[in-house]
Design a binder for this molecule. Structure first.
Ligand SMILES: NC(=O)c1ccc[n+]([C@@H]2O[C@H](COP(=O)([O-])OP(=O)(O)OC[C@H]3O[C@@H](n4cnc5c(N)ncnc54)[C@H](OP(=O)(O)O)[C@@H]3O)[C@@H](O)[C@H]2O)c1
Length: 357
């Protein structure tokens, strides 16, 4: 039964995807003393009530003597809301089942300790792997200070992202593009290289809008960006950031509302800056040069590949990932947790990078 209720808590937690970050997603189920579910809740939006409090609000007095199932250790500090441990103790539950401890420094086992001190039986670690997978981006940012990096591309069945003349719109179909807009709508940032700005003049917004508005980021060592492009003309309405080694030639962009950060180009330093700004998920939308430099730097957490049923051919037609690449297959980055589904005529593959030991 513990597993069943925690599975439900994890499913509830996932409803907060895109709306709760930089907080973790959390779900909670309250079962009465006789085992009946009497309350459910999840953290719906950053700054709103936590999952446990929402579940207790539904359960009311029926929680007394029962069990709380929660996908993450209850917090024990005053943040945007009071500590959840206070609400758990006040609810009168006798038992708490937690999928995983919260590594957030102000919690980190403290929540469980307070509950045990109050005489509540606490079980930790039910469906821990699933809970960690659900909140992997949050966990990465807490552990490394850097956001979770999603790499995305659309390609033909023969592995091309454009023709030899650079024609690339559109390789994927409308259904795939709708999925990309959903992805964009839950990101903190969308990154592209200078080449993509020149070739595609993208807007990089989520249409329709999602739960959050991503900052659009251009990576360009040279700073040689086209004078007229959509990212620049919309920079006053939608945050736009350029990382470059040559800010001097981008003064006009700054006047138009773009933020320019001049620094030696290092993807890790860029990601640290994004993590410092509280960003949890960033989407790298190409092109091949930028994706290649991510792979060469060993940076990337998740892949979103859309494969269209068409053939392009041509040695000069680019493949999704350039850069230097690897010399030996033994060094290839392996992908795990691969999920494949149809998106209209296309195939959508979502997978995570295997963690390096
Ligand atoms: N099908 C798809 O999913 C898809 C998606 C996006 C783009 N595309 C296609 O891809 C093509 C563009 O790809 P591309 O490879 O030419 O361009 P790109 O990757 O968008 O941009 C390459 C440029 O980005 C900058 N850059 C990349 N990595 C960097 C790093 N580590 N540090 C500093 N700067 C870095 C450099 O700019 P500087 O030269 O200024 O240093 C570099 O020249 C277009 O044909 C576009 O249509 C296809």
């Amino acid at each position: 039964m513990d597993e069943t209720h925690i599975d439900r808590a994890l499913a509830l937690a996932a409803r907060g995807l895109g709306a709760v970050e930089p907080n973790p997603m959390v779900g909670a189920v309250v079962a009465a003393a006789d085992g009946r579910v009497v309350g459910e809740g999840w953290h719906r939006r950053f700054g709103d009530m936590h999952a446990e409090v929402n579940a207790f609000a539904e359960a009311g007095e029926r929680a007394r003597g029962g069990t709380l199932f929660v996908s993450l250790e209850p917090c024990c500090h005053f943040g945007k809301t009071p500590p959840c441990t206070t609400a758990v103790i006040a609810s009168g539950v006798r038992r708490v089942v937690v999928a995983m401890l919260d590594p957030f420094p102000q919690v980190a086992g403290g929540g469980v300790a307070i509950l045990r001190e109050a005489g509540i039986e606490v079980v930790v670690g039910i469906r821990e792997a699933e809970a960690k997978a659900l909140n992997a981006p949050f966990l990465k940012r807490i552990a490394t200070g850097m956001p979770w990096v999603h790499l995305k591309w659309a390609m033909s069945l023969d592995g091309k992202i454009a023709t030899r003349t650079g024609d690339s719109q559109w390789i994927s179909g409308v259904e795939s593009r709708a999925v990309v807009h959903e992805l964009r709508g839950r990101m903190d940032a969308i990154l592209v290289g200078r080449g993509t700005v020149v070739a595609d003049n993208p807007l990089l917004t989520a249409r329709p809008a999602g739960p959050r508005m991503a900052t659009r980021i251009i990576i360009s060592k040279s700073g040689e960006l086209p004078a007229a492009c959509q990212l620049r003309t919309t920079a006053r309405e939608i945050p736009t950031l350029i990382f470059t080694e040559n800010a001097a030639i981008l003064r006009d962009w700054k006047d138009d509302g773009c933020e320019i950060i001049e620094m030696p180009m290092s993807l890790e330093a860029i990601l640290r800056e994004l993590g410092r700004r509280g960003m949890t998920n960033v989407l790298v939308e190409g092109g091949a040069g930028l994706l290649g430099s991510f792979l060469d730097a060993g940076i990337g957490d998740e892949v979103h590949a859309f494969i269209a049923p068409m053939l392009i051919g041509g040695l000069g037609a680019p493949s999704p990932i350039q850069g230097a690449g690897i010399a030996n297959l033994a060094n290839a980055r392996q992908l795990v947790r691969m999920q494949t589904r149809s998106c209209g005529p296309d195939t959508y593959i979502q997978a995570r990078f295997e963690k390096r030991s």
